[in-house]
Write a protein that binds this ligand. Structure first.
Ligand SMILES: NC(=O)CC[C@H](N)C(=O)O
Length: 354
């Protein structure tokens, strides 16, 4: 058995068992999701973070690539009470350090009380507590990853379902999960997945029916190019956003965002629709929240802490969600969001060709 150490802010070091070797650092966060570890670990929103699972056993139904949400693992390291051999081998192949056999209850309570924090993780034959502290010393604050979009976005445009009968969607890829693309294709939309720093020239050329800002990692204030598109096209083209997308749209249209203490990460976050009173269970993964909705109306809130979960503007044709309506992992209660956003296009009067 090889050694592992996790160094936390305040120079505290916790010992663990190495399950995949390496040395790294990142923002320590936790998810309460008890299933869907393949989807979570391949969600680009976790870039530059170290993901702790509060559920004690991770990997009990194997690892299958058809459940992946992107082509690689995004957290910089993985922490759990017990990781199966399947997950440990996968993370070893992916070069992602992983550790287990530590008290994840204590770790999670610490994050809840003190907030998401910087950490260093080392795992392998010859690592020491000092190595973990050295990694911690080099850890940057999340907001200092100013070009994090470049790490997760496509390099050039990719079009799916070009001959689709449905609306054409320009999806600004700030680190989009594959299920967002699939949910749109399933509704026969043509989806143009565009780099996070796409400019107006590309949008003019494509002339899409809907502009959609995806989920993504880090601080929404570091996604200026997406904000510029929102500013230009709000009121001109219907707009949709998921998670980071909601944050960028609110930030741009007179609102603001702020960092939460430990965020929402899990698959049973209750959300209430303010008009119908209905509560749905949602999948979430975010550390920032909209603190001021600006020109948008708050239409849904989190039942646990009242933070905005849905923002809409009927005048500007905008619908955004802080949670992940595409699920994967998690409940399918909110898939109708995709019908609703494509419906914003259908409700527009169409100009007849003859
Ligand atoms: N899933 C996401 O899009 C996350 C958005 C943002 N990075 C946050 O942590 O709040």
């Amino acid at each position: 058995m090889t050694d592992a150490y996790v160094a936390l802010e305040g120079e505290r070091v916790v010992s663990a068992r190495a399950r995949a070797p390496g040395r790294t650092r990142g923002e320590l966060v936790f998810t309460t999701a008890y299933t869907g570890y393949e989807e979570s670990l391949t969600d680009p929103s976790y870039e530059e973070q170290v993901l702790t699972f509060s559920y004690p056993l991770i990997g009990n139904y194997g690892v299958r690539s058809e459940r992946f949400e992107s082509d690689r693992v995004h957290p910089r390291a993985v922490v759990a009470r017990e990781l199966t051999d399947d997950v440990a081998s996968w993370l070893t192949e992916e070069d992602i350090p992983a550790v287990d056999h530590l008290d994840t209850r204590e770790l999670v309570i610490g994050i809840r009380e003190e907030g998401a924090m910087q950490c260093g993780v080392v795992a392998g034959d010859d690592v020491t507590p000092d190595d973990a502290l050295e990694e911690l010393a080099q850890c940057e604050a999340m907001s200092d990853h100013t070009d994090i979009g470049a790490q997760v976005s496509v390099d050039s445009p990719v079009t799916y379902n070009r001959d689709g009968e449905g609306p054409s969607v320009a999806l600004i890829d700030c680190g989009a999960k594959d299920s967002i693309v699939t949910s749109l294709i399933d509704r026969d939309a043509t989806v143009h997945v565009l780099p996070y720093d796409t400019t107006e020239a590309t949008i003019e050329e494509l002339s899409p029916d809907l502009l959609f800002v995806s989920n993504g990692p880090g601080d929404p204030k570091n996604f200026d190019a997406a904000g510029d598109l929102v500013e230009t096209y709000a009121g001109e083209i219907p707009l949709a956003g998921i998670c980071l997308g909601q944050q960028v749209i609110a930030d741009t249209l007179g609102g603001d965002t702020e960092k939460m203490t430990f965020g929402h990460r899990g698959v049973n976050q209750p959300v209430r629709d303010l008009q119908t009173g209905q509560v749905v269970m949602t999948t979430q993964n975010h550390g920032y929240t909209v603190s001021d909705p600006g020109e948008l109306d708050v239409t849904q809130i989190n039942v646990n802490d009242d933070t905005p979960e849905g923002l809409d503007s009927d005048d500007l044709d905008i619908k955004t969600r802080q949670y992940h309506p595409e699920a994967n992992p998690g409940p399918h209660d909110t898939l109708d969001f995709f019908d609703d956003v494509l419906g914003m296009v259908d409700s527009k009067p169409t100009v007849s060709a003859d």
